[in-house]
Design a protein around this ligand. Structure first.
Ligand code: NAP
Length: 334
C-alpha cells in the first residue's frame, strides 16, 4: 500500500500547534484516479483558517492540510486523459496537498507545460483563478476602466493587477504599507494609494473623474467602507476575503442613494457550479498568462514538510511579501 509523509491535524487550533508530520496510507489509485508525487504546495490564509476551524466549511478530522500544489503524475488511470507518468500537473479543488503523494480523481488535475516554474505552477489555481473570476464575472469592463482593490500586495491582488493590465483595465491598488508603492507600480498598478482616510479624496484626480465601477475587497472593516465610498453610483464591491477580521459596516445611504451592489465571491462555490468546459477554459487562460509572465510567483520562504510548525509560523507572520511553501522534493528532480 503506497504511503506518504503528510502534514496532518487531528483538532482545530493555532496552526503551528495542531499540525504534525505523519505517515499515511494513500491507497492504490482506482479507476479514474491518479497518484501525484508532489513537488511543492503553498500555505494560504484559507489553509490557516482551515486549521483554526474558521473556514467556510470545516474539514472532517483528521485531515491533511493544503488546498493546491504542484507535482508530477506517478501512477494510476490517467492514460485516457493524456496523463502519463512524469506529466507536470497542478491540483485543483483538492485538499491534502501538504503530502509527498496524493491520490486524486483525474478531473482534479490540471496538466501543465513542462517548463512552467514549480513555484508559479503551485500557486496558479486558487489566487489567479479568484482574480480572473472577479474581473470577468461581476461588472462588464471596457478598455481604460478602473478597478479598485485593497490588500493589493496579496497574491490575489498581484494577480488582479497583472490580469487587469493585460486586458487594458486600470488597477487602482490600495495598500496599508507605503514601502510597497514602488513595487506595485513596477508590477503594473496604474496608481497605488495608502489605505487611509485621504484615499477617497485622491481618487478623482488620479482617474480624471472617471467612474470606478468595480472594487475588490479582501480586508473588510474600515478598508471596505473606504472602497465602497469611492465607488460610483451603481458600482459593485465584491468581498472575497476578511484579512482584518472586521465586519462590513456600510451606511444605509450607500445603498439607498448610490444603489451600490454588495456581492461576494468564493472560488469553491464557483468550481462546484462551473462545468468542466468553463473550468478548462479558465485554466487555459491562466496557463497562457503564466507562460507570458503576466502571472508571477512570489515566494517568501520554503520549508520541508518536517518543519511544519516553522512553516506555519512563517505563513502566519504579518507583513510578509510572497507565499510560504512546503517543498517536498527539489525542482531538479522532476
Ligand atoms: N473567496 C475566495 O474564493 C478566495 C480565494 C483566494 C483568496 N481569498 C482570500 O483573499 C485574501 C488574500 O489571499 P492571498 O492568498 O492573496 O493572501 P496573501 O498573499 O497571503 O496576502 C495577505 C494580504 O493580506 C494583507 N493583510 C494581512 N493582514 C491584514 C490586516 N489586518 N489588515 C489589512 N490587510 C491585511 C496583507 O497586507 P501586506 O501586504 O501589507 O502584508 C497581504 O496583502 C485572503 O483573505 C484569502 O482568504 C479568497
Amino acid at each position: 500500500m503506497p504511503v506518504a509523509h503528510a502534514v496532518r491535524f487531528h483538532r482545530f487550533g493555532p496552526p503551528a500547534d495542531v499540525a504534525h508530520l505523519e505517515s499515511i496510507e494513500i491507497g492504490e489509485p482506482g479507476p479514474g484516479e491518479v497518484v501525484v508525487r508532489m513537488v511543492c504546495a503553498p500555505i494560504h490564509p484559507a489553509d490557516l483558517n482551515r486549521l483554526e476551524g474558521r473556514y467556510g466549511e470545516k474539514p472532517e478530522l483528521p485531515a491533511t492540510g493544503g488546498i493546491e500544489g504542484f507535482g508530477t503524475i506517478e501512477s494510476g488511470d490517467g492514460e485516457a486523459a493524456g496523463l502519463r507518468p512524469g506529466q507536470p500537473v497542478a491540483l485543483s479543488q483538492t485538499t491534502g496537498t501538504w503530502s509527498e503523494r496524493i491520490r486524486v480523481p483525474v478531473d482534479r488535475v490540471v496538466p501543465l507545460p513542462q517548463d512552467l516554474a514549480p513555484d508559479l505552477a503551485a500557486t496558479l489555481v486558487i489566487n489567479p483563478a479568484t482574480a480572473w473570476r472577479m474581473l470577468h464575472d461581476f461588472v462588464p469592463l471596457t478598455e481604460g476602466d478602473w478597478v479598485l482593490l485593497n490588500a493589493a500586495n496579496s497574491a490575489v491582488g498581484r494577480a488582479v493587477i497583472g490580469i487587469a493590465r493585460s486586458n487594458g483595465w486600470r488597477p487602482l491598488a490600495v495598500v496599508r504599507r507605503p514601502e510597497l508603492v514602488p513595487e506595485l507600480l513596477d508590477l503594473g498598478a496604474s496608481a497605488v494609494l495608502l489605505d487611509d482616510d485621504q484615499m477617497r479624496a485622491a481618487i478623482p484626480e488620479i482617474t480624471g473623474g472617471a467612474e470606478v465601477r468595480l472594487a475588490l475587497n479582501a480586508v473588510g472593516g474600515a478598508s471596505a467602507l473606504r472602497l465602497a465610498n469611492a465607488l460610483a453610483p451603481g458600482g459593485t464591491m465584491v468581498t472575497y476575503g476578511a484579512m482584518s477580521r472586521r465586519p462590513l459596516e456600510l451606511p444605509n445611504g450607500l445603498l439607498i442613494f448610490k444603489d451600490l451592489h454588495i456581492r461576494g465571491f468564493w472560488l469553491t462555490r464557483w468550481f462546484r457550479q462551473a462545468g468542466a468546459a468553463a473550468r478548462g477554459a479558465m485554466f487555459h487562460e491562466l496557463i497562457q498568462l503564466a507562460t507570458k509572465g503576466v502571472l508571477k510567483a512570489g515566494i517568501a520562504a520554503e520549508f520541508p514538510l518536517s518543519q511544519a510548525a516553522a512553516a506555519l509560523t512563517a505563513a502566519s507572520t504579518d507583513r510578509r511579501t510572497g507565499k510560504v511553501v512546503f517543498r517536498m522534493r527539489p525542482a531538479e528532480s522532476i
